[in-house]
Design a protein around this ligand. Structure first.
Ligand code: ADP
Length: 517
């Protein structure tokens, strides 16, 4: 058997492994069941491609994206590896070539779309051709509650049982719930060897800013990086078009991309972005899954991403070449409201929606972090030993203060109103506002009525955001989004512990908008 590092160099042309790759390659080659969680751009494909070459027989790779499969097959063929794909996009000649390769025993990697597993013929064929390993890319697609759910992924467990060969599953979605679901559905609940490594992308600089003049903030960020390739992720299709127009008017070269464009235009946009230097693409999250451009120098989020995983995946598209890359994520009260609504309007059962609110809180916690962002971010993914020095809070430590009194006032306003109200009404109570709702419910008679006048409304909003970021409160889908306390709030309410808040974001909430430079 050829040595792994010789193949790494001779076939793939790499001088060494990336963090985490070597251990995974060894385990997969040795025939262990493996679940590997690696960030986007971490180099997952090598972790099954290399073992496929080192093992006898054929490796089946299940992957959800035809374009990605075709790219990988082409790249493998170019370096002389026998690889083929069976997808709905094949020409008859391509399919014939795959069959011939299988019959002749020259094919080492067979890529398949999960839909193919639906036919009994495919199962029979895979048994016959000597499959010795199953690799599953984007394994989180098996999660019924995830946004990428692909029903045919549920057939993979059956495939594994039928073929009785080891399975290696890969994903960049790391949260504990999704992992448990993967283990259940792909490995029949038998815990595989798990690798959660190499999540850190130390070359990516992390930065968040409160959204106070979104267009100017994005234009200024892009202007300071003129000539570099970058992505601006936007929450709506209309915004991708608006921002790209604004960037062009500001003398940059920008295009837009979203799922509402016809496939041909999307393909043109992808190709331009891939080929041209210094192009900016303003896109919805529809852009990116199949993009493998190593020198994307920056990623900006004009709107808050939908979860901490989505955030990490999206910023992970920057700096794949390892050279310095920068990110900026804007967030404001409307983003949070929008994301909350999306969760509440989803079809998931209420305990699932409550958990999603918790995940959104994790992202807010990152946005309003007190200390190093990389530590909060990677801590969420289970990595603890992080040195950073490459985020805005390492550059300039946050200005903090003891926020216990403010938080206790907010919590007691919640308690006095039996946790039946959202932040807007609670803030009105704290400010002693004279509204119909307050009068009708007699909330002007509460002991907390008017006790929070030291802060303005936007400042209280910032305090509530930080309370969410600390996961002290969550909206309850069963109560139309009324805020409820989590267990973490109780010690503060009982005055058993104190809480530190960021002064800068509260101050910023009261400040005017910056102009376009
Ligand atoms: P993902 O984990 O997102 O699937 P890929 O497998 O596409 O990532 O790898 C991302 C990029 O990193 C690719 O361009 C790949 O060629 C490159 N890469 C992977 N492993 C190594 C390595 N050991 N050394 C250098 N580059 C690598």
């Amino acid at each position: 058997m050829p040595a792994a590092d010789a193949l790494l160099k001779d076939i793939f042309g790499f001088d060494g492994f990336r963090p985490g790759q070597e251990e995974i390659v060894q385990a997969v080659t040795a025939g262990e069941n493996v679940l590997a969680i690696m960030p986007t751009g971490g180099g997952k494909s090598l972790c099954f491609q290399l073992p496929a070459l080192m093992r006898e027989g054929v490796t089946v790779v299940i992957s959800p994206l035809i374009a990605l499969m075709r790219d990988q097959v082409r790249a493998l063929q170019e370096v002389g590896v026998g690889a083929g794909a069976l997808t709905s996009g094949n020409t008859p000649e391509e399919t014939d070539a795959v069959w011939e390769g299988l019959e002749a025993g020259t094919l080492k990697l067979l890529y398949m779309a999960p839909e193919r597993l639906a036919s009994g013929a495919a199962m029979g064929m895979l048994r016959r051709v000597g499959v010795r390993l199953i690799a599953v890319d984007e394994a989180h697609c098996v999660s019924q509650w995830g946004h990428d759910f692909r029903p045919d992924y549920l057939r993979i467990g059956e495939l594994r049982r039928t073929l009785d060969v080891p399975l290696a599953a890969f994903t960049a979605t790391a949260d504990a719930e999704t992992q448990a679901e993967i283990v259940q559905k792909l490995f029949d609940g038998q815990a595989p060897r798990a690798f959660l490594r190499g999540f850190d992308r130390p070359n990516i600089h992390l930065m968040f800013a409160a959204k106070n003049a979104p267009r100017a903030q994005i234009l200024n960020f892009a202007a300071a990086r003129r000539g570099q390739s970058g992505i601006v992720y936007c929450g709506t299709r209309a915004k991708t078009e608006g921002l790209s127009r604004a960037l062009n008017e500001a003398g940059q070269t920008a295009i837009h991309y979203h799922g509402g464009m016809d496939p041909e235009d999307r393909r043109i946009a992808e190709t331009r972005f891939q080929r041209e230097d210094g192009l900016i693409v303003c896109a919805t999250v529809a852009f990116g899954m199949g993009v493998d451009k190593p020198d994307i120098r920056w990623v900006a989020h004009a709107d808050l991403p939908k979860s901490i995983e989505a955030y990490y995946q999206e910023i992970g598209r920057a700096g794949r070449d390892g050279a310095p890359a920068e990110t900026l994520t804007l967030y404001g009260p409307e983003d949070i409201r929008l994301r909350r609504n999306q969760i509440d309007e989803g079809l998931a059962p209420s305990e699932r929606r409550a958990a999603d609110h918790g995940r959104l809180n994790a992202l807010l916690g990152l946005a309003e972090a007190l200390n190093c962002r990389r530590q909060s971010l990677l801590g969420y993914f289970g990595e603890t030993e992080i040195t950073c020095g490459n985020c805005d809070l390492c550059d300039t430590p946050a200005d903090t203060f003891d926020g216990t009194t403010a938080v206790r006032k907010a919590l007691s306003a919640m308690l006095r109103t039996e946790e039946w109200f959202g932040a807007g009404h609670l803030i009105d109570i704290l400010l002693g506002a004279d509204t119909d709702k307050i009068r009708q419910r007699g909330h002007d008679g509460l002991p907390t009525y008017g006790v929070g006048k030291e802060y303005s409304k936007p400042q209280w909003q910032a305090i509530f955001r930080q309370m969410m970021g600390h996961d002290l409160v969550r909206p309850d889908p069963e109560r139309h989004g009324a805020l409820r306390m989590t267990d973490a709030a109780l010690p503060i309410l009982r005055d058993e512990t104190s809480i530190t808040l960021r002064r800068d974001t509260i101050k910023a909430a009261a400040v005017r908008r910056p102009a376009v430079k």
